[in-house]
Write a protein that binds this ligand. Structure first.
Ligand code: UDP
Ligand code: MG
Length: 309
């Protein structure tokens, strides 16, 4: 009998967890051909999430939990879940029912019948999402696919089922700056995509602000592409070239017409402009340096405070 592990990162989800529990129990009870473990990762919630999870594990011995010592982020929670999971197949899903658990049987069938190693989902609509957020999300996918060697499908969710071989490959990628969508693509393997319509959260609030999403997308780009560094170097070359031409123009003009270049305002503008470009490029360099710095510390990705037996 195949064992399926379902990993659920939870951060302040006490409101939605009872609804999720009901749904997931319905689904896993209907799949008689498999045994299940549902592994909740409490990512340092400050509400009653841990209490709810303890009740689940008392009620149903398929429900397990790990609880972090503080909030380490969804990426860390995913990594912890993958590490603890013992199933032949592993499902990643959010707790908020935006990832319909009813797709799990279909995913399992695709994996056992087909040749693929992973069945993942992507949203084809972004209904219910702020317009500006959708716009920037689309831009992000366009930029990262252009800059990085990996390919990330627009609207790809973390919601997916993977074979053990792929999970083991992901666990080998033990970097601290984790960007799962990138890692899933980087490890390779055959992925089948199931498109579905966006569903709104069943309860509770989203944990992502615009700023945290922006940071996350920079993490993704810096983590998978060194193109911005090349871009900075090219910009430097371009500016050297332009300044050479300008110097020639000024020399010739002075020799032929004898007039000196007028005014300091133009000079001030140029200094500001070049200064801005330089700071921008140093900023790019800094991003990479910062990531290297954090990576060399080799801090653990998460710290566990408590676990179910
Ligand atoms: N989450 C987490 N740690 C965090 C933020 C989020 O474990 O620091 C979990 C959260 O509980 C949820 C999932 O990640 O199960 C997705 O979060 P959310 O629904 O807020 O993101 P969105 O669907 O809005 O992108
Ligand atoms: Mg959500």
């Amino acid at each position: 009998m195949d064992k399926i592990s379902v990993i659920v990162p939870c951060f302040n989800e006490e409101e939605v967890l009872p609804l999720f529990f009901e749904e997931i129990v319905k689904v896993i009870s209907s799949m008689k051909e498999c045994v299940f473990e549902v592994l909740f990762v409490n990512d340092g919630s400050s509400d009653g999430t841990l209490k709810v999870l303890k009740e689940f594990s008392k009620k149903d011995d398929r429900m397990k939990f790990i609880s972090f010592s503080r909030n380490f982020g969804k990426e860390a929670a995913i990594y912890a879940g993958l590490k603890e999971a013992t199933g032949d197949f592993v499902v990643l899903t959010d707790a908020d029912l935006q990832d319909p658990p009813t797709l799990i049987p279909e995913m399992y069938r695709s994996l056992t019948e087909g040749e693929v190693d992973c069945v993942a989902t992507r949203r084809v609509t972004r209904k219910g999402e702020p317009v500006l957020r959708s716009f920037f999300a689309r831009m992000f996918y366009r930029i990262i696919n252009r800059l990085a060697k990996i390919n990330i499908v627009d609207g790809a969710r973390d919601f997916r089922m993977m074979k053990r071989s792929m999970v083991n490959a992901i666990l080998e990628v033990s970097e601290v700056n984790r960007f799962s969508k990138g890692i899933f693509s980087w490890v390779g393997f055959e992925t089948k995509w199931i498109p579905y319509e966006n569903v709104n959260r069943a309860a509770g609030k989203t944990k992502w602000s615009f700023f945290s999403l922006l940071q996350y997308s920079i993490e993704g780009i810096v983590g998978y592409s060194t193109m911005p560094l090349t871009f900075a170097a090219l910009l430097g070359i371009l500016f050297c070239f332009i300044s050479l031409i300008l110097i020639c123009v000024i020399i010739v003009r002075t020799l032929v017409w004898g007039d000196s270049t007028a005014g300091w305002p133009s000079l001030a503008c140029i200094i500001f402009f070049i200064g801005g470009i330089q700071l921008f490029c140093i900023g790019i360099l800094g991003e990479y340096l910062a990531k290297t710095y954090l990576e060399t510390k080799k801090r653990p990705i998460y710290v566990v405070k408590e676990k179910s037996e």
